[in-house]
Design a protein around this ligand. Structure first.
Ligand SMILES: C[S@@+](CC[C@H](N)C(=O)[O-])C[C@H]1O[C@@H](n2cnc3c(N)ncnc32)[C@H](O)[C@@H]1O
Length: 208
């Protein structure tokens, strides 16, 4: 029986986002307010942020990165798509944000040194990957962070609209919303794990 599932390869995903970045404005408008609520809803993550550094992996057009830049001393964004990175740089210039920088980077092979950032963020990107790959990504990002990895992504309640968008995106949304992230936290060696939902989005904190 032919599968209705549509999963993109690494290269197909990059090509997809190199094309999509031109039309990402409507996504920014829909995700932006949710990210604001999420930031307001996790005060402990942002305690003393003014003296800390953050890394935003799979940052896309810098939607979260530029919001983090208002709170952290320095924020760096990485993304596989040079189209998205270009859009992020343009947005940073337009908003006069000078403590955020962007460059290409592969979340599956991050090249940042262990312990080089206080907090590592991943928003609306972990669901793109097979669960086994997600675990390895979390393990690698956890090594980069001195304090925590914070994942923001689709909420656990299945939505037909999101499922359609994710089919086009070629992600693992259907698997992602069923995963046991508490077990993954144990596997990567997190000493504390918090799962919450804010603004219909999943917020996962993997703490050192
Ligand atoms: C749905 S967008 C989310 C972007 C942004 N974090 C946000 O919240 O708006 C997913 C992003 O993941 C990026 N991405 C996909 N595969 C990647 C990889 N292997 N390494 C780094 N970024 C990747 C895409 O280029 C895209 O910008």
């Amino acid at each position: 029986m032919p599968s209705l599932m549509h999963r993109r390869s690494h290269h197909s995903m990059k090509r997809f986002y190199d094309w999509v970045h031109r039309y990402y404005g409507s996504i920014e408008e829909s995700i932006g307010p949710a990210l604001d609520s999420i930031i307001e809803g996790m005060p402990s993550v942002f305690a003393d942020a003014g003296s800390k550094t953050a890394l935003d992996y799979a940052c896309g057009s810098g939607l979260l990165t530029l919001k983090l830049a208002r709170r952290f001393s320095v924020v760096d964004g990485r993304d596989a798509s040079t189209g998205m990175i270009g859009r992020a740089m343009e947005r940073a210039n337009a908003l006069s944000v000078f403590n955020a920088s962007f460059r290409a980077g592969d979340i599956m092979e991050p090249d940042e040194a262990p312990g080089s950032y206080d907090i590592v963020f991943v928003s609306f990107a972990l669901h793109l990957f097979h669960p086994d790959v997600e675990r390895e990504i979390l393990r690698k990002l956890f090594a980069i962070a001195t304090e925590a990895v914070v994942v923001i992504d689709h909420g656990r309640r299945w939505s037909a609209k999101t499922a359609l968008i994710e089919w086009i995106e070629g992600s693992y949304y259907d698997r992602f919303i069923t995963l046991d992230f508490n077990a993954m936290a144990n596997e990567i060696g997190a000493s504390r794990f918090v799962e919450t939902e804010i603004a219909d989005s999943l917020v996962l904190e993997f703490c050192k």
